[in-house]
Design a protein around this ligand. Structure first.
Ligand code: GUN
Length: 302
């Protein structure tokens, strides 16, 4: 390990579990900024050459507080990179037919490169129908069954941004996935299932766990990589992991004091993990960068 201050630091530290690991932060913020800077430079050359800039349309239905924040962050990133973004704010009384009609308009608009409908949607609107209506080529969220299908046969095109961002972040830190035991907690279509598939494509041995899983702790303690996406604040404590595990936290929750916390109890897990994503500043910024990446990619191919 000579010449590597980072490993040297790990060796001299003995954590309270009697081990040598002190989790290195997987700095999603820094890597996401770097990727966005690269996109910005690419888009700037297009502008100089008179090429039309990419355009992302974000459709937000209703007043969900979380969704408002996510959408604002997406718009901010798009502006920073220098492409057009448009937030289409619709009342939560919009009918399903009106929403589908609106999506069709964007599908048919050659100047729109990416369409994203922020979830969740009001109960009277069928989410599945909405996702199916988005042109799969403009589905920069990667939620359309065509894109999901391509992913699950190992020929990905547009990918769900959160799991894709996680894989990119792990690769950036040269974290070995091939042959490793990877455990995903959560089985949603947005994160858990595609996360499992992407880890499988990296040759990890994958276990997807969920709310009905028995003996969860016994399973997670075998994991070299744990991805937690269950939406329960500070659920994963140090006793769930083995020394030196890589821990990825997808959670965004408010605790009793109103503080933003992940699904992982960061202070104690970070002492036992080898690498860990913080909240905020871990997975969240990567999700946004992947969204921008997949939107710019659509324009690049034109
Ligand atoms: N709601 C929570 N996460 C997401 C996401 O990644 N995309 C969309 N469209 N809605 C979400």
């Amino acid at each position: 390990f000579s010449g590597s201050p980072f490993y040297a630091k790990m060796i001299v530290c003995v954590n309270k579990f009697g081990g040598v690991f002190v989790g290195v932060k997987l700095d999603g913020r820094a890597f996401a900024d770097k990727l966005q800077e690269e996109l910005k430079q690419e888009v700037a050359t297009w502008k100089e050459n008179g090429k039309r800039l990419p355009k992302l349309v974000v459709i937000l239905v209703g007043e969900d507080v979380g969704s408002q924040v996510y959408v604002r962050n997406k718009e901010r990133a798009a502006k920073k990179i220098g492409f057009y973004s448009q937030i289409d704010r619709l009342s939560d009384e919009v009918t399903e037919a009106e929403l589908l009609e609106r999506i069709q308009q964007y599908n048919n608009d050659p100047e729109v490169d990416g369409i994203l409908v922020q979830l969740p949607l009001p109960k009277h609107i069928d989410e599945e129908k909405v996702i199916l209506t988005i042109d799969s080529k403009k589905d920069v969220d990667g939620f359309h069954p065509m894109n999901m299908g391509k992913l699950f046969i190992g020929k990905p095109d547009k990918m769900p941004c959160t799991p894709y961002g996680i894989i990119r972040l792990l690769k950036e830190y040269n974290i070995e996935m091939a042959g490793k035991n990877a455990v995903v907690i959560g089985r949603s279509n947005i994160v858990g299932k595609p996360m499992g598939q992407l880890l499988l494509m990296e040759d990890a041995t994958v276990t997807i766990t969920h709310s009905r899983t028995q003996n969860l702790k016994e399973i997670t303690k075998q994991a070299d990589i744990v991805v937690v996406a269950i939406g329960r604040g500070e659920f994963l404590t140090a006793d769930y992991i083995k020394e030196g595990a890589v821990v990825v936290d997808v959670g965004m929750n408010r605790n009793a004091e109103g503080k933003l916390v992940g699904d992982v109890k960061f202070d104690e897990v970070s002492e036992k993990a080898s690498f860990i994503t913080p909240v905020p500043g871990g997975v969240g910024p990567m999700t946004i960068s992947m969204l921008m990446d997949q939107t710019v990619a659509n324009r690049r191919e034109d």
